[in-house]
Design a protein around this ligand. Structure first.
Ligand code: SF4
Length: 350
């Protein structure tokens, strides 16, 4: 999903020049020269999914291709795309494809876009949502520490443009932390969205290893707490990846921290290593273990917990929003129709 100015493919971890003329690192992490040897175990069978299909899926796909629209679902080869698109849900990434941060789990390109923004993005995004005939849109974005307000005004303009054009569409915004700037958070939360999300990503102890140094466990809690205090009617949502070395107790402690500040919706998914330059997977969490975490989360008072190996923060967000998690079990393997698990690691977006 990188904007490269030449046709020559750029290797993961290499520098390249974007079409805006700035430099960036492909896939966000520099090539590791003295990487410790890693053990690559085969992925468990529950990480195989059914190939997408169905009439609604085909209709959305046709619209996306005819109008040359860009979705995170397609660009990250998301294995849940068929299920989400068939139900009128998709994810669009705002503010470019280069992030100012470099989280060690994430394959988004890293660099400094030097203030670049596409001023037509709010209107074009709204047109895309209408053309795709969506019922639920998840907006996400790279972090933009190069912008004075972290991109909050632009983000809010995109939500307002969607709501003006298609007021019936439910909007979820998975935002950057805006460096904890309260006014920036309020600007986005007041834009007309229904769900405000900021991902805590991992447990407190591992945050400094997993996320960029400018991110923080407490900072994310502070952002979510402020959003909820400011607009109690807006749902607050967050996500954690499991398999990075956390203990079960730490996951449960994180749930307590999130409930204490009023977070409504939690998603839990398996961490997958995007490239060898990223953090290795420490454990495969089974579907049964995910189900147990879901039960614990519901007991703790979350309105909904979507938990499963392939669950990502935007996975079937429409269903989660409707408080109807029935049928959100991990996708099952269908012989002969599987997507190769090797494409799955590109998924850790935000
Ligand atoms: S997780 Fe978000 S903030 Fe971190 S590098 Fe990826 S896009 Fe940037």
């Amino acid at each position: 999903m990188s904007d490269t100015s030449s046709t020559k493919p750029v290797a993961s971890g290499e520098k390249f020049r974007t079409i805006q003329g700035t430099t960036a690192i492909k896939d966000g992490q520099k090539r590791r020269t003295s990487a410790e040897p890693q053990v690559y175990e085969p992925k468990p069978k529950w990480l195989r999914v059914k190939a997408p299909g169905g009439s609604r899926f085909e209709a959305v796909k046709r619209n996306v291709s005819e109008h040359r629209l860009s979705t995170v679902c397609q660009e990250s080869h998301c294995p849940n795309m068929g299920e989400c698109w068939s139900n009128g849900t998709a994810t669009i990434m705002l503010m470019g494809s280069v992030c100012t941060r470099a989280c060690r789990f994430c394959a988004v390109d890293t660099g400094n876009p030097n203030g670049w923004l596409d001023q037509e993005e709010p209107q074009n995004t709204a047109k895309s949502v209408e053309l795709m005939a969506l019922r639920y849109i998840v907006l996400t974005s790279v972090d933009r520490d190069d912008l004075q307000d972290g991109g909050a005004s632009h983000y809010a303009a995109c939500v307002r443009a969607i709501k003006e054009r298609t007021p019936q569409v439910v909007v979820e915004a998975l935002t950057p932390d805006f460096n904890g700037d309260l006014q920036a958070i309020e600007r986005v939360v007041d834009s007309g969205l229904q769900v405000f999300a900021q991902n805590v990503e991992t447990v407190k102890r591992l945050t400094h290893v997993v996320r960029d140094p400018r991110a923080g466990y407490e900072k994310t809690l502070h952002v979510l707490a402020h959003a909820k205090r400011h607009r109690p009617d807006v749902l607050a949502k967050t996500s954690l990846m499991l398999g990075l070395g956390e203990t079960d107790e730490e996951v449960i402690e994180t749930m307590d921290d999130l409930r204490a500040i009023g977070v409504d919706i939690l998603t839990l998914g398996q961490y997958l290593q995007p490239t060898r330059n990223h953090l290795p997977v420490k454990r495969w969490v089974s579907p049964e273990e995910f189900n147990r975490f879901r039960d614990i989360g519901l007991e703790k008072g979350f309105m909904e917990v979507a938990a499963g190996p392939l669950v990502r923060s935007s996975y079937r967000a429409d269903k989660v929003f409707e408080k109807n998690n029935l049928g959100l079990a991990a996708p099952v393997s269908v012989p002969g129709q599987d997507i190769a698990p090797s494409i799955i690691p590109a998924l850790n977006l935000n």
